[in-house]
Design a protein around this ligand. Structure first.
Ligand SMILES: [Zn+2]
Length: 339
């Protein structure tokens, strides 16, 4: 078998995937027609140019435009259900993902139409639950506070996650780490810890590695999203702290390349992290907008980033062990992924 065939056939795990980044182009068009939304074009090939980030160097406006198209698609509860279902279907059928954690930011995703958060959460949970019963997949949903929406939004989102903890597996802080440093949330995350809701934080995706130290010290997360800047600490201290505390790093190599968090895909530090004993997973972040899949991420890891298939299997073990899903679901995933 070629590497490509081996990778495609492997059962996989994904811990870092935004629902807002999973809207198919065809669905953007279909929902725009149905809800009377404006699009730059209704031609699928034409829309892909405005919707998919295919090379580094796009301006912030272009990237915001892409996420704006995705955001507008969440125009009704039916749309939420359809997009969630399609995200699950794509992950299972195209990528053979068996353990999937999806995440969304209520303030961002539901902002366009002011959909009710609780009703949306019920729909997402019910869609996941139904899919899980019908397929050999375990899945759960993480709620995100988008830091750029301000502290009040983050506090509201944390309260929402705690109130809905029966159907939420964890919490995430995303975007704008430099403007909203982790120490701002030090008091607020206590309520998450008290409620037993595990935390992951987008940290060290850009900026300085000291932000990762701040995140670990202020917030005590179980996982970190991206974390690539840890490799830039010449003393090795940041990587050593991540290792010592047992944090799982959710890497997203292609995403890091497209946003220029790394200078080239070959320069991505995943292999270095694994070599230093860090717990690491591989994710696709926003598969539709970033034009990627786990099949592609694993292919890049093996062919460009120096990982062996043993390294890939190690990332799967880290995903099963670092997942926020309950123990029975993780045990089921271990049978599919690690036997
Ligand atoms: Zn992300």
């Amino acid at each position: 078998m070629t590497n490509e065939e081996t990778i495609k056939a492997m059962p996989k795990a994904e811990l870092h995937r935004h629902i807002e980044g999973c809207v198919r182009v065809g669905t953007v068009i279909d929902l725009a027609r149905r809800h009377g939304l404006k699009l730059p074009t209704f031609d699928p090939a034409g829309l892909e140019k405005a919707y998919k980030l295919r090379a580094p160097g796009a301006s912030l406006d272009e990237v915001l435009g892409m996420f704006g198209l995705a955001q507008a698609s969440f125009a009704s509860y039916e749309a939420v259900e359809r997009i969630t279902y399609e995200a699950l279907e794509d992950a299972y059928l195209k990528e053979n993902i068996r353990l999937l954690e999806l995440r969304y930011s209520p303030d961002f995703m539901l902002g366009a139409r002011k959909l009710d958060w609780r009703q949306t959460q019920s729909i997402i949970y019910a869609t996941l639950d139904k899919f899980e019963r019908a397929h050999p997949v375990v899945c759960g949903v993480i709620v995100i506070a988008s830091r750029s929406y301000g502290l009040e939004s983050a506090l509201k989102t944390m309260d929402f996650a705690v109130q809905n903890k029966r159907t939420v597996i964890g919490f995430d802080l995303a975007d704008s780490e430099a403007a909203y440093p982790s120490s701002l949330y030090k008091e607020a995350v206590r309520k998450l810890h008290d409620a037993g809701l595990p935390l992951t934080v987008h940290s060290g995706e850009e900026g300085h590695f000291s932000q990762i130290l701040e995140t670990i010290n202020a917030l005590a997360p179980r996982r970190i999203g991206h974390g690539v800047k840890a490799a830039e600490d010449a003393s090795g201290g940041t990587m050593e702290l991540i290792r010592k505390v047992g944090i799982t790093v959710e890497t997203n190599p292609w995403s890091n390349y497209l946003t220029r968090a790394v200078s080239s895909i070959e320069a991505h530090p995943l292999k270095k992290f694994i070599g230093a004993g860090l717990r690491c997973t591989i994710g696709a972040d926003d598969p539709e907008i970033l034009d990627t899949q786990l099949n592609k991420e694993y292919g890049l890891a093996v062919e460009k980033m120096g990982l062996s298939f043993d390294d890939i299997r190690y990332t799967l073990r880290c995903a099963v062990e670092g997942s926020f899903l309950p123990a029975d679901k993780r045990q089921q995933a271990a049978k599919w992924l690690l036997d």
